[in-house]
Design a protein around this ligand. Structure first.
Ligand SMILES: [Fe+2]
Length: 191
């Protein structure tokens, strides 16, 4: 279930909003200029090859990219593979990549076709944790301080939209703020 938890930036225990109501989440995020939307999910998307998923979402992608600003559209996916002895290390490495606060020169636009991941948006005096799940579209505006947690058992498929080929490159702030906030796993188990 999609979840929004708003916390004070200087005290993660100060939870100001916690909701799984899509309409409230959309309104709250729109108030900060952040696009949040939902597209219908494909049944058992995890079993569907990436090119077929992109083909399935052709119309939604075309509408989102009507202006042609996104030159590179691809799919990032990671699924647990317990038969692979390297999987824990692969998962840990993937997770660590964007776990620290950073920003990008362009909007970070992601559609979750399956699975989940949490974006933490550091907006002034607040941090908005948005747990995205299959069906969720989120756009983090360029320059917004944020971090991303895919959890201890990464499992998601995300369509990514880039203006430039290296649009995913992060400019890290060096602030360790993310260490003081609940992880994706913790957000899901707290109430
Ligand atoms: Fe990012």
């Amino acid at each position: 279930m999609t979840l929004l938890q708003v916390m004070a930036a200087d005290n993660a225990a100060d939870v100001r909003v916690r909701t799984t109501d899509d309409a409230v989440i959309g309104t709250e995020l729109a108030g900060h200029g952040i696009t949040f939307g939902r597209w219908p999910v494909v049944d058992n998307a995890t079993a569907v090859p990436s090119d077929e998923l992109l083909a399935h979402y052709r119309d939604q992608v075309a509408e989102l990219n009507e202006s042609g600003r996104y030159k590179h559209i691809d799919i990032a996916r990671i699924h647990p593979d317990d038969a692979d002895p390297e999987w824990p290390k692969t998962a840990e490495g993937a997770r660590a990549k964007f776990l620290n606060e950073h920003r990008h020169a362009e909007d970070e636009v992601r559609y979750f076709a399956a699975g989940r991941g949490c974006f933490y948006l550091h907006l002034g005096h607040e941090v908005l944790a948005v747990v995205c799940e299959g069906g969720d579209l989120l756009s983090v505006p360029a320059g917004t301080l944020h971090w991303f947690d895919m959890g201890s058992r990464p499992d998601f498929i995300a369509i990514r939209f880039f203006e430039e080929e290296d649009g995913w490159v992060g400019d890290f702030s060096g602030d360790r703020i993310s260490e003081g906030f609940p992880t994706l796993d913790e957000l899901l188990t707290s109430s």
